[in-house]
Design a protein around this ligand. Structure first.
Ligand code: K1U
Ligand code: ZN
Length: 169
């Protein structure tokens, strides 16, 4: 297993639209193991392949308290969303230190494959539903700050570019 570098906003690669995974093989299983290790190490509850510069439709998630219930979603597809929405506080490993409110569907149902290539359906609500919607946005090249006002987004961009510059100096 290996820790993978996480792309940081405003890296343009975060806006790449991911392609479907063609085959769930040893390469994908190894990527899943690396992404899980990277997500746990970074103390995140989710990670999309886009964030580690792999542009294939693959997500890992673990919203459990004990961090022992990994979920792997390959080629996820939305089947249903609730009409009801909710404002949630979100963060992102690609936008370190920034948390803000985003409106999401309360509940969703998706289909995806797991790491064995088995089709599964997931009905989600609460934090799991929020996290799946956030990670599926990553696969479309969308970062949560794009839901914020241009003013807020530009402030975040400036702050992170400055932080990166200082880190390099
Ligand atoms: O996509 C990511 O970078 C992972 C992200 C997932 C996420 C968190 C919160 C709401 C929606 C999606 C994170 O794990 S950010 C860090 C984190 O652990 C966290 C932040 C806020 C609430 C709960 C967890
Ligand atoms: Zn994110």
């Amino acid at each position: 297993m290996a820790l993978l570098p996480i792309l940081c906003y405003p890296d343009p690669r975060l806006h790449t639209v991911a392609k479907p995974v063609a085959q769930v093989d040893a390469r994908i299983q190894s990527l899943v193991a690396d992404m899980l290790q990277t997500m746990y190490e970074a103390q995140g509850i989710g990670l999309a392949a886009t964030q580690v510069d792999v542009h294939e439709r693959l997500i890992v998630i673990d919203v459990s308290e004990d961090r022992d219930s990994p979920m792997v979603l390959i080629n996820p597809r939305v089947l249903w969303v609730s009409e009801q929405t909710h404002v949630n506080e979100e963060g992102c490993l690609s936008v370190p230190g920034i948390y803000d409110s985003v409106v999401r569907h309360d509940a969703i149902r998706i289909e995806a494959m797991d790491e064995k290539g088995q089709r599964r359906e997931v009905q989600a609500q609460g934090l799991l539903a929020v996290c799946i919607q956030h990670e599926m946005d990553h696969l479309l090249g969308k970062v949560f700050v794009e839901y914020l006002s241009p003013l807020k987004r530009n402030r975040i961009k400036t702050k992170l570019v400055k932080a990166k510059r200082e880190e390099r100096a």
